[in-house]
Design a protein around this ligand. Sequence first.
Ligand SMILES: [Zn+2]
Length: 292
Amino acid sequence: MGYLLRATVSNGDIRVFMVHSTDIVEKARKIHNLSPTTSAALGRLLTAGSIMGVMLKGEKDNLTITMNGGGPTGNLVVCSNSKGNVKGYISNPSIDLPLNLKGKLDVGGAVGKNGMLTVVKDMGLKEPYVGQVPIQTGEIAEDLAYYFAVSEQVPSAVVLGVLVDTDTTIKAAGGILIQMLPGANEMLGDIITFRLHEIPPLSKLIAEGKSGEDILNMLFDDMDLKIYEKIEVDYICDCSKERVEKALIALGKDELIKIKNEDKKIEMQCHFCNERYVFSEDEIEKLIECAQ
Ligand SMILES: [Zn+2]
């Protein structure tokens, strides 16, 4: 389980979220058998998803982030809810690239930058909110900063880090989102950008055992830092046989009859947790009775 801190800086002119997501990314790695490169890619997006989930206003709201950059990993999908819990998948989890010129995992090369980053927020209204921007680098943090600036018009700094150990398990993962609220002094933005460059990489600090509180204090201790909430966040899939049944019933009577006659059974696997759901001929018969 990970945790997330909500804080403000400079009398509330700036809001800050910090998530410690090592356990979340390790869980994703195990479920999807991720390579080091895809651990970093999906891990960064899961980490950001947790933060963007808790930013939702309604308790039942949820959010889906999709990136399709045309790179070898294929699509990345992350869903989160207002409790900051996340789940996700990547089309090609085994893709692994050589380190980039900076000696880092080549997330940008793996994700690609010929495509869109899409954020869909389901807030219980008739139509969901959809925000979409072109992918800038495929490195994910830069892409989300661009999304916040362009689509939501909030100047934001996004730091996402995943450190993969030599045995390919996740050594550390975390993220920070810093947003300037309307009316904040622009100088503050420059100071924060400078400090983010000055501190060691986030994943390294977490690997050294620094807590989220320690890291926020390193960044903001002289800037009226107020940490006012700490919540537990996790990788959770909420799939169930009932949900799969509902989706199958929605296919309609004709389609179900066709499947029953041709395949005799239905086997479905959850993209997010790999749980398998099997429906026998008798069970399909019951679904047909429920369908229209
Ligand atoms: Zn599932």
